[in-house]
Design a protein around this ligand. Structure first.
Ligand code: SF4
Length: 159
């Protein structure tokens, strides 16, 4: 069996539309990707996951909670490259809408923020960890995603 790119596909605070788009892309690319991609972590495809020795982690969504913060740092440690997927991961928005609430509205959600371990602000990935590539768009721009994936396959000597 040839060398494969070891990938993780992970989501944080988001609507997971880019994950759906990624699944849709498999309609066109499944037979090509099955020989090139080794999914180490991908909740939408499989239960099994092993967060170690990842070549590229694709991360959708923003960082909203203390648990997110801890987990995304673990993913960064286990991955050689990180790709931010979609506007929420790249810029925080629209998942970060509570950051711009007026003071009265912020006051109304204080209890929820404290109770569920939310961070004071929702953050884009690059404010928490080093990001190597970004795929903008809401949901992600498919063309840019395919270009980034191609660049990663080349970089890791898969093709
Ligand atoms: S960028 Fe858009 S599509 Fe992606 S998670 Fe955020 S809201 Fe959903």
């Amino acid at each position: 069996m040839g060398k494969k790119l070891k990938v993780a596909w992970v989501t944080f605070a988001c609507c997971e539309d880019s994950s759906i788009l990624f699944l849709e892309l498999m309609n066109d690319h499944f037979f090509e990707w099955k020989d090139k991609l080794d999914f180490k972590v991908c909740r939408i495809l499989q239960k099994f996951h092993k967060l170690e020795d990842i070549d590229v982690a694709f991360i959708e969504g923003a960082i909203a909670t203390k648990e997110d913060d801890h987990k995304v740092k673990q993913i960064r440690k286990a991955s050689k490259k990180v790709v931010a997927i979609g506007a929420c991961a790249c810029t925080g928005m629209p998942s970060a809408q509570r950051n711009v609430f007026d003071d009265a509205t912020k006051q109304e959600i204080v209890e929820v923020i404290n109770r569920f371990g939310h961070l004071p602000k929702v953050q884009p990935l690059k404010e928490v960890i080093k990001v190597d590539y970004e795929v903008p768009g809401c949901p992600m721009d498919e063309k840019i995603f395919l270009q980034v994936l191609q660049a990663c396959l080349k970089e890791f000597g898969i093709e």
